[in-house]
Design a binder for this molecule. Sequence first.
Ligand code: HEC
Length: 171
Amino acid sequence: MNPSDRGREGADHVVDGVEEADDPLPSRWVTALVAVVAFGFGFGSARHAADLRPTLAGTLRDPVAAILAAGAKPAAEAMAVGAEVFRAHCASCHGLEGQGLIGPNLTDRYWLHGARPTDILRVVRNGVPANGMPAWGEALGSERSVSVAAFVASLRGRNLDGKEPQGLLVD
Ligand code: HEC
């Protein structure tokens, strides 16, 4: 169909042989239509919010960054899990606040293995066995690995007094 045809059909209110009537809708229908649209809108927004929740199983490309970017509640839940894991499994080497002990200071801006969320998650999962950082992927599983990586990423830039900087300055 060329554009001028479409214009003519539009003007005649006939599309593919179906005629458009201009009669006003019964008000009951209008009310029902408004209700359905409003419901759909609310439902759609709720679904949308649910979609923004990071899937901790790691189906997203960068689940740690997704947590950091997520709204208050899902992020707070993941951070709480991450903080718990950190206290239980990481603080012995990295200090209770992440200020460093045997392992590097995780609150400064210097990083040995990269400061991106994906870098942190990789180190948590695979460790750096040759340098004394254990691999945690298997012991913690996906959800807790991602959560603790998000927690570590959130420590960055706190600059707590602790172990001297190691690695490269990352802004
Ligand atoms: C047995 C001691 C030990 C434990 C426990 C430990 N780490 Fe480490 N971690 C290290 C050491 C040592 C390094 C430095 C590795 C290197 O020099 O390459 C390190 C490095 C890291 C790094 C990279 C830092 C950088 O500068 O790039 C991250 C992130 C990290 N650890 C997170 C964790 C998390 C999260 C946990 C707990 C799940 C944890 N570590 C538990 C010893 C430990």
